[in-house]
Ligand binder design. Sequence first.
Ligand SMILES: Nc1ncnc2c1ncn2[C@@H]1O[C@H](COP(=O)(O)OP(=O)(O)OP(=O)(O)O)[C@@H](O)[C@H]1O
Ligand SMILES: [Mg+2]
Length: 255
Amino acid sequence: MDYFIISRARVDSQRDTMINIQFKGIAKHYRRRTILDGVDISLQDSQCTLLCGANGAGKTTLLKIMAGLVRPDSGTLNTGLGEMKWRRCIKALKEKAMYMHQQPYMFDASVRRNIAYALPPMLSHEDRDKRIYEALAWANLEPLATASATSLSGGEVQRVALARAWLRSPSVLLLDEPTTNMDHDARLRTHNLLRQLKDQGMAIVISSHDALQFQSLACRQLLLKDGKISPVNTITQAENVSAFPINPLQQHQQV
Ligand SMILES: Nc1ncnc2c1ncn2[C@@H]1O[C@H](COP(=O)(O)OP(=O)(O)OP(=O)(O)O)[C@@H](O)[C@H]1O
Ligand SMILES: [Mg+2]
């Protein structure tokens, strides 16, 4: 069996099923250069957003702000408790969101131990083993369980990072170029895994240069350009970025 689909009751119980997070007026400057200029973006459960933009457009910066890892110069955030300054919500944001780096960090240990790192420390040995086994099976990583994580290929490393994300089960998963190092088959596998996470209610944001690749997965495509964000619904709007029509039913007033 290629994929191991595990009952999500346990995982879902750890996560809010209703996600509605709104970022407003997010601005970021680096050395007087405006990277983000009043970006408004909202995230909902079971929504997959594709974030496109040229090199240096600010995609990674925006993902890290949404994960609570980079501080914006201004902007507010509403996680359901009213509109607040970003810094007042940073704890809630870090609890809800998880950022997956394009080149995820691996400890110098086995794949198994790298996955175990995502588990809470208070688990019994038995529960720990069970959950690691489930994560390995989910990501089809069983054959690599005892391999050294630092010797994995780029695509395999990204899959280990996804298995960690599955274990952590955040409300919001922010993926920075998640399939860059992957071959065709590995991409398809990853799309399948991401679809499962989306179907389970996770809000997913993917930063990618390759919009067509995520066509069947994404509910909407946003373009980051000159510090502003806008929905992409025609090929002309996307300019050099490959585009696909967004489903009007899933298009939001505020992107
Ligand atoms: N810590 C930092 N200090 C100074 N400049 C930064 C910093 N982080 C990012 N930048 C600059 O901000 C701009 C946006 O960077 P960012 O990494 O967000 O772009 P990106 O859209 O993710 O690009 P890519 O497609 O190449 O990954 C770049 O010009 C980058 O050099
Ligand atoms: Mg980037």
